[in-house]
Write a protein of this length. Structure first.
Length: 168
């Protein structure tokens, strides 16, 4: 049996070495919060952290994850949903269908750890996840709220122009 450190616990699995980490998490360890979207590292639905770095687990062979590395999934981001991003996500009602959202939150959590007060450009650079429901504006606002930044500044220049056109 091979070992993985996931959400603070050592877990065992017997997956083939080239099995993507995502499938070990979901099918062997029962951590189904990370989703399968594209399978080719494009959408970010499968994002988890490895030693604090956001990783697209659908293309990460499980054998490439060292036993000492710390894997964190959405289930391990906080014990009780109290991470500032989780609270902001709830407060702003960010998800629509929800499928992409665990990956979004994990990407955002890594961003805030690196940049506690991110600019719109920082968010654009870090948040390359795809949302079929188009929740991008609310994702941006929730990241700003979790960072303790004014929500009014959460809209990008493009969005402000769009809003102004709709209201004038
Ligand atoms: S499922 Fe991994 S990036 Fe899309
Ligand atoms: S909320 Fe539906 S895909 Fe993002």
């Amino acid at each position: 049996m091979a070992k993985l450190n996931v959400n603070g616990a050592v877990r065992e699995h017997d997956a083939e070495p080239d099995t993507p980490l995502l499938w070990v998490l979901r099918e062997q360890l029962g951590l189904t919060g990370s989703k399968y979207g594209c399978g080719v590292a494009q959408c970010g639905a499968c994002t988890v952290h490895i030693d604090g770095t956001p990783v697209r687990s659908c293309v990460m062979p499980v054998s490439a994850v060292q036993p000492a590395s710390k894997v964190v999934t959405i289930e391990g981001l906080s014990r009780d949903g109290s991470h500032p991003l989780q609270k902001a996500w709830l407060a702003l009602d960010v998800p629509q269908c929800g499928y992409c959202q665990s990956g979004m939150i994990m990407a955002a959590a890594a961003l805030l750890k690196a940049k506690p007060r991110p600019s719109d450009a920082d968010i654009d650079e870090a948040m390359t996840n795809i949302c079929r429901c188009g929740t991008y504006n609310r994702v941006r606002a929730a990241i700003k709220q979790a960072a303790g930044m004014p929500a009014a500044r959460s809209a990008s220049a493009h969005e402000v122009i769009h809003i102004e056109r709709r209201t004038t």
